[in-house]
Design a binder for this molecule. Structure first.
Ligand code: IPM
Ligand code: MG
Length: 357
């Protein structure tokens, strides 16, 4: 089969890690007889530099017309002082909205060989964990009304959180269906003791839960969830939450796996075309130095094979190759715990993974 993949390399380490995932996909193509046609599009800071806006129409069109999108990362200090509507991050939000990608799946699990890189106490980590955060991605405070105005104490700024019943229903369904394929447990995270959007969220999740009697559901307040994630991550299977809470909790979840350089994500909507990206950012401090960990992007490519291209055996091959390399002790700088060891470069890690496919 032939697949058309849009590449949005972005800024900072984006180009290096996307290039790594492309090489791995090409290896998969060779081995399994697929052709991947890659077309690169600009978004983020590099697009601001090239054409004055973070998300050119051509990029949106190209992504919409592809079978799937693989994205690196956007943003960097160079563009940090621009006004909100032309910041690089706007490209990411704009792409998610334009492609209708309301679901963000962020799996986090511990590789047994990386226990020593994990920040948790050994007795906690020995229980292991394997969870997936189902983050609502096109609503909430990220997309609500915002602005500046004169307030009670002079000039003020505001952002608003709104959720419709429809938006909560559809993300709840994704969570329950995800749980049905896993350990059949959903924890819905909100701040229902304070926020009205959370009360609507909670009531809607429970109404939808009735359609999935085989799945156990419970609620947790987000402050408590932040604590439980480090106290006992093994208790979570599927976590469903709003856009902003999901953003924050997924960074926390990444740290308990050892490094943010390991976590992949899939953004999905009503069509098969998804957007796949590492959950980490553009890491400008190490950009262009061949030091980045390509694993999160490579695992994002595996998610793309599984969810958008229906190639589960090929996805397994990538995931097994990554697990094998970690098991064999290969480490990039971010997951290196033995000071006597030399870290692998981004390209060397990529090649180790390719060898195992
Ligand atoms: C993420 C990122 C983005 C988000 C930023 C870059 C807009 O932090 O994908 O988690 O907040 O969604
Ligand atoms: Mg984030």
């Amino acid at each position: 089969m032939t697949y058309n993949i849009a590449l949005v390399k972005g800024d900072g380490i984006g180009p290096e890690i996307v290039e790594s995932a492309v090489r791995v996909l090409e290896k998969v193509g060779e081995k399994y007889g697929h052709t991947f046609n890659f077309t690169s599009y600009l978004a983020g800071g590099c697009a601001i530099d090239a054409c004055g806006k973070p998300l050119p129409e051509e990029t949106v069109e190209g992504c919409k017309n592809s079978d799937s999108v693989l994205l690196g990362a956007v943003g960097g200090p160079k563009w940090d002082t621009l006004p909100g509507n032309i910041r690089p991050e706007k490209a990411l939000l704009g792409l998610r909205a334009a492609l209708g990608l309301y679901t963000n799946l962020r799996p986090a699990r511990i590789f047994p060989a990386l226990k020593s890189a994990c920040a948790l106490r050994p007795d906690i980590i020995d229980r292991g964990f394997d969870l997936v955060i189902v983050r609502e991605l096109t609503g909430g405070i990220y997309f609500g009304d915002r602005g500046r105005r004169e307030g009670k104490y002079g000039p003020e700024a505001y952002d608003t959180e709104a959720y419709s019943v429809m938006e909560v229903e559809r993300i709840a369904r994704v969570a329950f269906e995800t749980a049905q394929k896993r350990r059949k447990n959903v924890v819905s995270i909100d701040k229902a003791n304070v926020l009205e959007t959370s009360r609507l969220w909670r009531e809607t999740v429970h109404r939808i839960a009735a359609e999935y009697p085989d799945v156990e559901v419970s609620d947790m307040l987000v402050d408590n969830a932040a604590m439980q994630l480090i106290r006992d991550p093994s208790r979570f299977d599927v976590v469903v939450t709003s856009n902003m809470f999901g953003d924050i909790l997924s960074d926390e979840a990444s740290q308990i796996t050892g490094s943010i350089g390991l976590l992949a994500s899939a953004s999905l909507g009503a069509t098969k075309c998804g957007l796949y990206e590492p959950i980490h950012g553009s890491a400008p401090d190490i950009a262009g130095q061949n030091k980045a960990n390509p694993i999160a992007t490579i695992l994002s490519a595996a998610m793309m094979l599984r969810y958008s291209l229906d190639l589960p055996a090929e996805a397994d091959a990538i995931e097994n190759a990554v697990a094998g390399v970690i098991e064999d002790g290969y480490r990039t700088a971010d997951i290196l715990t033995d000071p006597a060891m030399e870290p692998l470069t981004c390209t060397a890690m990529t090649e180790k993974i390719m060898e195992r496919i």
